[in-house]
Design a protein around this ligand. Structure first.
Ligand code: GDP
Ligand code: GDP
Length: 444
């Protein structure tokens, strides 16, 4: 399931963006500064006590708009509200109930979504009584906070998780998920159609106003896999800048929610800016991945076999250089249009997902680290030498290893990369990132 969305709404100046920033600041990781637009960030993946959700500040979508009803009418605000697992309706306790608050409250009631009323700007806890009048909005008791000082925000986060957790429990077990990611017209939809052929058993086209992802349950080599095609995201909506925000958000979610991301490139066009963006999202999400160079038929048509072979080599070189951060991903050449190269792709999906979930026995991984150190000891730093005491795999999908050392300060990124390469050399982990978490050994 995608990370649940929590949307912040309220009239201008009640402190939405302050609250947004405060919530992110609370031990939360800003994962993405997407989609590369310099305006205010409006969404961020948030983590609290190990649980994640996606926070959206609807006020950040158009800061020039003053009228909250008009703000709510904006397409991407509506979408955020429709998709939200929870809405935080922020009011300004100092101002008391304003006419606009009443209008927003009325609309929110109609939506029938889980909702928390948040009375902000209670900087002095002795003034919590100021929030009492908001009960008249008919949205339950307000949650008193000061976004400025952070008072009440931790409790609010606990409450948020309590509410969205209840929803999560009802979600059925999921199929492995792959996502076809890439810019427009590279052939994602064609690939989904070619992959699914008659075998597509469910077509879950969630188009329309609420969702734009096309999800299909496809049987690939006897295994049911949920394939998400992100192209629907862009196709159905008018491409203006604001809508672009929302599409990018959904693509990002689809990538974050998958097990294996397939980056689809266009053989006829080379690698462009948008391809880098998607590639980075895949890498940052630490997903298994495969790079597909589609429309290979066009290259074969325009070149004789030996030239086409040369072009293939050129493509591999370009990928190696330009997408070096995904250097562990296998590369497959396909023609979705002619259903060519799809069997190797399906085999690769199987392989990569197995690698992503692979577990290595502790004695075996320790031996590899030992050998790696013997072969090339870590360079010393300020007279001190890095010592690796013990390694064990502490997670899979993606594979994570905890490495106990004498001092984490002594780890140089080049040595870390060397160790990663040693792990890769021994165990492959094809298509999968490898996470090495260095920890100081107890007593150091
Ligand atoms: P938004 O338009 O709803 O996103 O509101 P902002 O987050 O931009 O905040 C509007 C103003 O209220 C800014 O000057 C903030 O510094 C201020 N503000 C936000 N939260 C608090 C708070 O808890 N206490 C006080 N005193 N001021 C706040
Ligand atoms: P999407 O936006 O990434 O989903 O791309 P589509 O699947 O809609 O394809 C965009 C265009 O490229 C369409 O006109 C397809 O017919 C064409 N196309 C897709 N795959 C191939 C291919 O392998 N070879 C060729 N020559 N055209 C392709």
């Amino acid at each position: 399931m995608s990370n649940p969305i929590v949307a912040i709404i309220g009239r201008p100046n009640v402190g939405k963006s302050q609250l947004f920033n405060r919530m992110i600041g609370k031990q939360m990781s800003i994962v993405q500064d997407e989609p590369g637009i310099t305006r205010d960030r409006i969404y961020s993946e948030c983590e609290w006590t190990g649980k994640k959700f996606l926070l959206v500040d609807t006020g950040g979508i158009d800061r020039t708009e003053e009228d909250p009803i008009k703000i709510m009418a904006q397409e991407q605000v509506q979408k955020a509200l429709e998709e939200a697992a929870l809405i935080l309706f922020v009011v300004d306790a100092r101002d008391g109930i304003m006419g606009e608050d009443k209008e927003v409250a009325q609309r929110l009631r109609k939506l029938g979504k889980p909702l928390l009323l948040v009375a902000n700007k209670i900087d002095d806890p002795a003034k919590m009584y100021m929030s009492a009048e908001f009960i008249a909005l008919g949205l339950g008791e307000p949650f008193c906070i000061s976004a400025l000082h952070g008072t009440g925000v931790a409790d609010l986060l606990d409450k948020i998780l309590e509410i969205i957790e209840i929803k999560k429990e009802t979600v059925p077990p999921r199929h492995p998920r792959i996502v076809l990611a890439g810019r427009r017209n590279v052939g994602k939809s064609s690939m989904l159609n070619a992959l699914s052929k008659e075998e597509r058993s469910i077509v879950h086209d969630t188009g329309g106003t609420t969702r734009d992802c096309v999800e299909s349950l496809v049987t690939l080599q006897g295994r049911d896999i949920m394939v998400t095609d992100t192209s629907g995201l862009r196709r159905r909506v008018k491409m203006d800048e604001k809508v672009e925000y929302y599409s990018a958000l959904r693509t990002l979610q689809a990538i974050r929610d998958c097990d294996c991301a397939i980056l689809v490139l266009n053989a006829d066009e080379g690698i462009v800016e948008q391809d880098f963006k998607v590639a980075h999202q895949i890498q940052e999400a630490q997903k298994a991945s495969i790079i597909v160079v589609n429309k290979w038929d066009l290259i074969e048509e325009a070149n004789n076999p030996s030239e086409a072979k040369k072009k293939k080599k050129e493509w591999l070189d370009i990928i190696k250089t330009d997408l070096y951060f995904l250097n562990y991903s296998p590369v497959i050449f396909t023609s979705a249009k002619n259903s060519k190269g799809l069997n190797p792709l399906v085999s690769e999906i199987e392989k990569v997902m197995a690698e992503y979930n692979k577990k290595i026995e502790t004695p075996v991984i320790n031996k590899i680290f030992q050998d790696a150190q013997n072969l090339r000891p870590a360079p010393s730093y300020k007279g001190q030498q890095l010592n690796i005491f013990y390694v064990c795999q502490t997670g899979s999908a993606p594979p994570k290893f905890t490495v106990k050392v004498n001092s984490t300060k002594l780890i140089h990124f080049s040595y870390k990369r060397y160790l990663e390469n040693c792990v890769r050399k021994s165990f492959g982990f094809i298509g999968s990132p490898i996470i090495l978490n260095f920890r100081n050994n107890k007593g150091n």
